[in-house]
Design a protein around this ligand. Structure first.
Ligand code: ATP
Ligand code: MG
Length: 544
C-alpha cells in the first residue's frame, strides 16, 4: 500500500515494469557542511522508500563544485546517516564520473545540441530574458560542430581563463521555462578538486551533472525538493539527448522541510559557527543532525517525526513542537528518572539523628514499572527545589510552607516548623520534622497529604552543571525570524549521587524538570554536565 504520492509512482512503475523489479534511490549531499534536520527528512524518505520495495539507496557525494567542498564534512555526513539508522548500498562520488560527463558533453556538441559561448556571465544573464519576455540568442550559437569541438577541447586543455568561455546546451531561447534557454552546462574553473586534483579545469553544472550521475548509477527514482520542479524538463532533456540509457531515471519533487524557530541553510549554519554564535556544528542548539544528537534527541524520534510529517507536494512550515513531541514520546518509557534539585534550598530534619542515614527505594520510571527501582540516600540534611517552598503560599499551593506537611517522594512525611533567612532576605534553610511511621512502603494510612516533593541527600549530593536551551531564532512581531540572544541558561543543580556515574550520551528524566542527557563532549564523572533535551510538557496540539 502506497503511503504517499512518491510510493504511488513507484508502485505504478513496478506494475508496468518500467524498471523491471528495480527501485533504486540515492541521497546526494554536497559535502559543504553538516547535515541538518531537513536532510534527515530526505534521508528517511530515500532510504525507507527503497527499503519498503526491497530496493537500494546510494550515498552519493555531489562534489562537482571544486571550490566549495571539503572532505572534512564527509565523515560527519556518514556518521549522521548511520546514526539515523540507515546503511547505504554504495558510497559514490559524482566526481568519479567527470570523464563520462565530458564524453556526454562532446556527444551533445556532435549532435549540434551544445555550443561554446564567449558571452560573459553578465551578458548571458542579460540575454536570458525574463518570465514575460523571451531571451535573445547568443551570437556564438551557430558555431560549427567542428569549431565547438575544438574550442571545448581547448577549454579542457586550459587554454582559457575562468569565465572566458562556457559550454551551453542549445535548446530554446523562447522557452517559457527559463531553465531551458540555452543553459550553461560546463564552465571553466582553474581550481584543484579534492578528488581529481588538477586533472580538470572545466566542471559540469549541477543541472547537467545530476541526471548523468543518476543514470550512471541506475537510479530509478531521483527524489529532490520542489525548487527543482522547473529544472525537470532540463533533467529529462539531458538524458534524452545524451541518449545512452534506454530507461533513464525520473525526477520526483517533494516539499522540503521547514520548521518554526529554525534556520536550515548550510550556508547560514556555517556562518553561526564561524561567528562564534554557537560552539560548533554540533552545538546542542543547532538544527544539525550532530547538534540534535548531542542535544539528546534519539534517532527513533527523528524517524518518527519524519514519518509523522509525511511527504507533500506543497511547501509548508512544520511546528517545531511536533519534533519535540516525538522526542518526548520516545523517551517517556525508555529512560530512568533521577532526582535533581534546581535552585536548591537546604532542609534540616531536626528530629532525625545527626550522622545517621538510610536508603530509600524509588521507582525508576513511574510509567514503566518493569524498569525497576533504585536506592537513594536520606539523612538529616537534604536539598529541595526552590519552587517547592513558599513563605506565604497562595491558595492551592500544596508544597512546603510553614506548618504544612508534605510527602518526600520515596521517604517520609515532613512538616515545616520554621525557616531561617539570609541577610539579603533569601531563604537560608528550612527546618522540618519527620514522622518515622510514614516511611514509604510501610503502608501508612493514618493521614493523607496533598503535596509530594522530591529531594536529594545533602551529604551525598553531587553538583552538576545543567544547560537549558531556548531557540536560536524567534519570530518578531513582523513575522520575521530574528536571532534570539537569550538561548542558553547554565546553572548548577544538586543531583543524587548516581548521576556522576552517567555515561556520556546517557539520557534521564530529571524528575519533574524534563529530559536531560550527559553531554557527549563536556561530561565527566568529576564535572558532570547535562543538556536539557526537552521539557516535560507538550505545547504541541494535533490539528483538528
Ligand atoms: P542547504 O540549502 O541547506 O545547504 P542543500 O539542498 O544545498 O541544503 P544538499 O547537500 O545539496 O543541501 O542536499 C542533499 C539532499 O537533501 C538534496 O536532495 C536536498 O533536496 C535535500 N534537502 C536539503 N534540505 C532539505 C530540506 N529542508 N527538506 C528536505 N530535503 C532537503
Ligand atoms: Mg546544495
Amino acid at each position: 500500500m502506497a503511503d504517499n504520492f512518491i510510493q504511488e509512482i513507484i508502485e505504478k512503475d513496478l506494475q508496468t515494469k518500467k524498471y523491471g523489479e528495480k527501485v533504486h534511490t540515492r541521497f546526494p549531499p554536497e559535502p559543504n557542511g553538516y547535515l541538518h534536520i531537513g536532510h534527515a527528512k530526505s534521508i528517511c524518505l530515500n532510504f525507507s522508500t527503497a527499503a519498503k520495495y526491497g530496493g537500494k539507496c546510494n550515498l552519493r557525494y555531489d562534489d562537482t563544485n571544486p571550490v566549495k567542498e571539503d572532505v572534512e564534512y564527509v565523515d560527519a555526513i556518514e556518521e549522521d546517516v548511520r546514526w539515523l539508522g540507515f546503511e547505504w548500498d554504495q558510497r559514490l562520488w559524482a566526481s568519479d564520473y567527470f570523464e563520462q560527463m565530458y564524453e556526454a558533453a562532446v556527444e551533445l556538441i556532435k549532435k549540434g545540441k551544445a555550443f561554446v559561448c564567449d558571452l560573459s556571465g553578465e551578458e548571458i544573464r542579460a540575454y536570458r530574458g525574463t518570465l514575460t519576455e523571451p531571451g535573445k540568442e547568443s551570437p556564438y550559437r551557430n558555431r560549427s560542430i567542428e569549431e565547438n569541438l575544438r574550442l571545448f577541447e581547448e577549454m579542457k586543455a586550459g587554454r582559457y581563463g575562468d569565465g572566458e568561455k562556457v559550454l551551453r546546451a542549445k535548446i530554446d531561447m523562447a522557452s517559457p521555462n527559463i531553465n531551458m534557454r540555452d543553459p550553461v552546462i560546463y564552465r571553466i574553473a582553474h581550481a584543484s578538486h579534492h578528488n581529481t586534483g588538477d586533472k580538470w579545469c572545466i566542471y559540469p553544472m549541477y543541472d547537467f551533472a545530476h541526471p548523468i550521475e543518476d543514470a550512471i548509477e541506475g537510479i530509478t527514482h531521483s527524489i529532490c525538493t520542489l525548487e527543482f520542479e522547473d529544472h525537470r524538463p532540463l533533467y529529462d532533456w539531458v538524458l534524452r539527448e545524451v541518449g545512452w540509457w534506454p530507461q533513464p531515471p525520473q525526477q520526483i519533487e517533494f516539499a522540503r522541510l521547514n520548521l518554526t524557530n529554525t534556520v536550515m541553510s548550510k550556508r547560514y549554519l556555517k556562518a553561526l559557527v564561524e561567528e562564534g554564535a554557537v560552539e560548533d556544528w554540533d552545538d546542542p542548539r543547532m538544527p544539525t543532525i550532530a547538534g540534535i544528537r548531542r542535544r539528546g534527541y534519539t534517532p527513533e524520534a527523528v524517524r518518527n517525526f519524519c514519518e509523522a510529517i509525511g511527504v507533500a507536494k506543497a511547501n509548508s512550515t512544520v511546528d517545531i513542537s511536533l519534533l519535540e513531541h516525538c522526542v518526548r514520546e520516545d523517551l517517556k518509557e525508555k529512560v530512568e528518572s533521577r532526582n535533581v534539585i534546581f535552585d536548591p534550598i537546604k532542609v534540616i530534619i531536626t528530629n532525625y539523628p545527626p550522622g545517621q542515614s538510610e536508603l530509600c527505594e524509588i521507582e525508576n520510571n513511574a510509567q514503566a514499572p518493569e524498569m525497576g527501582t533504585r536506592q537513594v540516600s536520606f539523612s538529616r540534611e537534604l536539598w529541595i527545589d526552590g519552587a517547592d517552598f513558599m513563605e506565604e503560599p497562595p491558595k492551592k499551593y500544596f508544597r512546603l510552607f510553614p506548618g504544612n506537611e508534605v510527602r518526600l517522594k520515596g521517604a517520609y512525611f515532613v512538616t515545616c516548623t520554621d525557616f531561617v533567612k539570609n541577610e539579603d532576605g533569601s531563604i537560608k534553610e528550612i527546618h522540618c520534622t519527620y514522622d518515622p511511621e510514614t516511611r514509604s512502603g510501610n503502608g501508612f494510612e493514618g493521614r493523607k497529604v496533598k503535596g509530594t516533593i522530591h529531594f536529594v541527600d545533602a551529604a551525598t549530593a553531587v553538583p552538576v552543571t545543567v544547560r537549558q536551551f531556548d531557540y536560536l531564532f524567534v519570530e518578531n512581531e513582523q513575522g520575521e525570524m530574528v536571532a534570539n540572544p537569550d538561548n542558553i541558561k547554565v546553572s548548577t543543580a544538586y543531583a543524587e549521587a548516581s548521576l556522576a556515574a552517567a555515561e556520556k550520551g546517557e539520557r534521564f528524566q530529571f524528575f519533574r524538570h524534563g529530559y536531560y542527557v550527559a553531554d557527549s563532549k563536556l561530561h565527566t564523572s568529576e564535572k558532570p554536565v547535562f543538556n536539557e533535551i526537552v521539557g516535560l510538557k507538550s505545547s504541541w496540539k494535533p490539528a483538528k
